[in-house]
Design a protein. Structure first.
Length: 420
């Protein structure tokens, strides 16, 4: 079978990078730069896509780690240097994942299918979109019931009712309302309220993902919108994006007690972002864990079944809890850490192939359910990549199916009323 020109180019590129790495006496910065280069190629190829977001988020973490390795400065626990930095291994694991991602999108029809499902026409009723919009507001208030808006980390996890999935219930409700975003004022108001409510309570990750998913969907469905945004002539888009980033960075700093942050410090934080540095520290800790204790051999994945049981907390073999206890991490975990902790490099390779294969299966079928499921995955990429796939488990297993049944029921009722 004849190799694609793109594959030949990628193979040649990898060989050149290997030679440069050897010639520079195995300088780990070469691997870091290789990651950035592959990320740029992925973004050029995938453009507005789940895959480009995923690669950017992983490499954004590596930027903070690279700063720490080369300058001794970053943020938080990573900057303190409590444990030896495994910079080379971190870059190598990420590069393997990025290369698999790149080869996958080059040699499959996933990108075309992804675009098709974003353009999927959904026959959603106005009633259902309004119900979802109202539910999103209710769930947002339940998740963050305070009115003090002090961005404090101490109060933002104190939900009005038991459970920790209220934020995802709000996100999923907004996702189910998204087909009527352009037509419905109520849906727009719901989006605005939920975004402001989350941000004013110091919760950025969920809303960044939701806004990005909404923007990507509007861009893909908008005529010539992508070309307009990508054109440097339309500087207004870049200005708006920059202002949003500055606001989000400020919220993060304020939440951490830095109430007098200046513009110069904000600019630095955009490049070496606090959460990215924290995730980089967790990533480093996961490699140290394997060195100190060996592999988990799949034990952490068994907990996914137990965590599906409502109101049950399981700590044993929970990778986040393990790293918090052993290396004093701030929580969360890079998406590559858990497969590495279980099976090493082989685990990362198998995980990448399974992950991309599952995404391809989802976007391959143009059905209502697949449309909602894909949008949820797109909107939660920040959460998944930096905090682990466990955070979306209940959303996929419980919340989306329940909302979909409600969607089917209301649509059936609407069709009966229309016939009358």
């Amino acid at each position: 079978m004849k190799l694609k020109k793109e594959n030949l180019f990628l193979i040649l590129l990898i060989l050149i990078l290997v030679l440069i790495y050897i010639c520079t006496e195995m300088n780990p910065n070469i691997i870091f730069m290789a990651n950035i280069l592959v990320c740029i190629i992925i973004c050029t190829k995938a453009k507005f896509s789940l895959f480009s977001i995923k690669s950017i988020l992983i490499n954004y973490v590596l930027i903070a780690v690279a700063f720490q390795y080369n300058t001794g400065e970053s943020y938080g626990l990573l900057e303190l240097g409590l444990f030896q930095l495994r910079y080379e291994q971190m870059c190598m694991i990420s590069l393997i994942y990025n290369i698999i991602l790149l080869f996958y999108i080059v040699n499959s029809k996933t990108l075309e299918r992804e675009e098709e499902i974003l353009k999927y026409h959904l026959e959603e009723t106005n009633i259902f979109s309004v119900v979802c919009a109202i539910l999103a507001i209710i769930f947002s208030i339940i998740a963050f019931p305070t009115l003090n808006f002090n961005l404090s980390s101490e109060t933002r996890f104190q939900a009005l009712l038991p459970g920790n999935a209220w934020n995802h219930m709000a996100i999923i409700s907004l996702i189910f309302a998204i087909p009527k975003f352009k037509q419905s004022i109520i849906v727009k108001v719901s989006y605005l309220f939920c975004i402001l409510w989350f941000l004013l309570h110091g919760e950025r990750v969920d809303m960044i993902g939701l806004m990005l998913a909404t923007i990507i969907m509007l861009i893909v469905n908008g005529k010539d919108t992508a070309e307009k945004i990508l054109s440097f002539k339309n500087i207004k888009y870049y200005i708006v994006a920059f202002i949003i980033v500055v606001i989000l960075v400020y919220i993060g700093e304020y939440r951490n007690g830095n109430t007098e942050i200046g513009l110069s410090e904000i600019y630095k934080k955009i490049l070496v972002q606090n959460t990215a540095a924290d995730v980089g520290y967790v990533y480093n800790s996961s490699i140290l864990y394997v060195e100190d204790n060996g592999f988990l051999y799949g034990k952490s994945y068994l907990l996914y079944l137990l965590k599906l049981i409502p109101f049950i907390s399981v700590a044993e073999y929970d990778v986040v809890a393990i790293l918090q206890n052993m290396y004093y991490t701030a929580g969360g975990i890079l998406i590559l850490s858990e497969p590495y902790m279980n099976f090493g490099i082989i685990g990362v390779i198998v995980f990448a192939l399974l992950e991309f294969g599952i995404i391809n299966i989802i976007v391959k079928r143009k059905k209502d359910y697949n449309f909602f499921l894909y949008l949820f995955l797109l909107a939660t990429q920040f959460r998944v990549t930096w905090y682990g796939i466990v955070y979306i488990e209940k959303g996929i297993v419980y919340i989306i199916p329940i909302m979909y049944l409600l969607y089917i029921k209301i649509r059936q009722i609407a069709k009966k009323e229309h016939k009358k």
